[in-house]
Write a protein that binds this ligand. Structure first.
Ligand code: ZN
Length: 261
């Protein structure tokens, strides 16, 4: 039995979209998740959604309780997570409005707890391939079939925020091999792996990061327009992708169990 978790909630937190939608408060050992978990069925598939930044988008990235969010998803039975995230582009070819499905991350966060194993047990979980390869490949194929502009792999760098990068940092991240930048993928993806949940990120490029010296200054209005278009594309993609999730066993599921000392 599979259950799809959508973090980011872009358009899917709306109970009107899900059949038999129910909103529930989940209590976790790590405190409260970012909001209520909405569960229901979409096209016959069990779905749970959670808004990463709260219902009113009031939780800033460093204050997101990532452990509570992943724990809540696991608690309601989620087996596969699609994590929607807005990113800035560090590459000319990743244009605003494009989707990217990262296969690697670089962690530049400084204030986040990135493990469930803080007590008696120590868990050195392998992280060479942090995202679920099966989900990522399927997303990339599905986006291609839908005719969406997308990139099937890439490196996301997650910074602590809430400030954006300096131009020097942005240029350095490009030299490091990062392709897009955000403030939310780490530690979410790490905790999902510890929880045995397959996790793929759907990154939506909203604009170029500040390394890019474009002719026109980027306006908030333009970014909002791009975000609106991105969100429509992601809804299309999610609905198509959900039906193709492979429910056979995946290496993501047992990774933690074999890593505990
Ligand atoms: Zn997997």
């Amino acid at each position: 039995m599979i259950k799809i978790g959508i973090i980011g909630g872009t358009g899917f937190g709306n109970p009107g979209l899900l059949e038999n939608a129910a909103r529930q408060k989940v209590h976790t050992p790590y405190g409260a998740p970012s909001g209520l978990v909405t569960t229901g069925r979409l096209d016959g598939i069990e779905v749970a959604t959670l808004p990463r930044h709260g219902d009113n988008h009031s939780i800033y990235p460093s204050a997101v309780n990532f452990r509570a969010n992943i724990w809540a998803m696991k608690h309601v039975g989620v087996t596969h997570i699609f994590a929607v995230t807005a990113v800035g582009s560090l590459r000319e070819e990743i244009k605003p409005g494009h989707l990217i499905f990262p296969d690697q991350f670089i962690d530049r966060t400084t204030r986040r707890i990135a493990t469930f194993y803080e007590g008696q047990e120590v868990c050195h979980i392998p992280m060479a391939d942090p995202f679920c390869g099966k989900l990522r490949t399927m997303l990339s194929k599905t986006a291609g079939a839908l005719g969406l502009d997308s990139h099937g792999c890439g490196t996301v760098i997650t910074i602590e925020g809430p400030r954006f990068s300096t131009r020097a940092e942005s240029k350095m991240f490009r030299l490091w091999g990062a392709d897009v930048i955000n403030m939310s993928t780490v530690p979410e993806v790490v905790l999902a792996r510890e929880a045995g949940i397959c996790y793929a990120a759907i990154a939506m490029s909203t604009d170029y990061d500040c390394w890019h010296e474009s002719e026109e200054p980027v306006s908030w209005e333009l970014i909002q327009k791009t975000m609106q278009k991105n969100s429509e594309n992601v809804k299309l993609l999610l609905r198509a992708a959900m039906k193709q999730v492979d429910f056979t066993d995946c290496i993501c599921r047992g990774a933690a169990a074999s890593s505990i000392l």
